[in-house]
Design a protein around this ligand. Sequence first.
Ligand code: NAD
Length: 273
Amino acid sequence: MMIPTVTLHNGVRMPILGLGVWKVTEKEQLKNAIKAALDAGYRAIDTAAVYGNETEVGEAIRESGVPREELFITTKVWNSDQGYETTLAAFEVSLQKLGLDYVDLYLVHWPVKGKYVDTYRALEKLYEDGRVRAIGVSNFHIHHLEDVMTNAKVKPMVNQIELHPKLAQTEIRAFCREHGIAVEAWSPLMQGGEIFENEVIAQLAEKYGKTPAQIVLRWDVQSGIITIPKSVTPERILENSQIFDFMISDQDMKRIDALNENKRVGTNPEKYD
Ligand code: NAD
């Protein structure tokens, strides 16, 4: 299955679906998950320095034999490395661990107060030097984005935020749309469990002959949101990719939109502010 792409504001094409690998540190499990994803047609992998698995991600993609230019690898600078020089140094460490000579997307992981503007300046430098194909941020609220954009020459291409039917992030999405920043959903499945039990999601799964996970992920991509569900189970990795062969009606999309409760499963970014 060919996975559709989103064109970032600098023209780089990013797959709309990728594999998240947070908490996957056991080498064989990670390699099997990446192999299952690549076999299913995924080409994007979302890691981060703090996930502690960049080395294994690098090994897995090298062993896969998939040409580098087909892959889209995201990693992120961790909070303790934020600041201009320290970010430049952290990038070299990530690149070395991954065994790559560039990454496709480099993100500021969280908006650490007093540091994220300098951190983003370092990302701009890496972008200008051709070390990364795209740069962006993660967990940025509108005021953080405004802050960065006031100081930046290059607008972030992506904002990766917690987003799922219970946390629709309507205002940030509208702001990003206005500024040409692609939105990427983390914990799109609310880390498993609760969302699959939701009555509306279950009804729609039945109606469309799909699983609850597929309904939620289809809602993402049909809303133009890049999504990176995590799984280490090959069957689920495949299942999560089988979302491009059906459409949810406008009316049913609105029923999912209406599930918003502004409910988080992860940290509120204001904690770092
Ligand atoms: P997720 O919402 O993707 O949920 C993953 C869990 O859902 C799995 O562990 C499994 O229990 C379950 N699951 C997956 N597919 C399923 C299926 N088809 N059927 C039933 N259950 C299924 O959670 P996540 O890992 O928190 O988020 C995804 C990715 O987002 C992470 O791996 C990471 O790459 C990224 N992330 C980024 C940040 C950030 O601060 N930028 C924070 C959290 C996560």
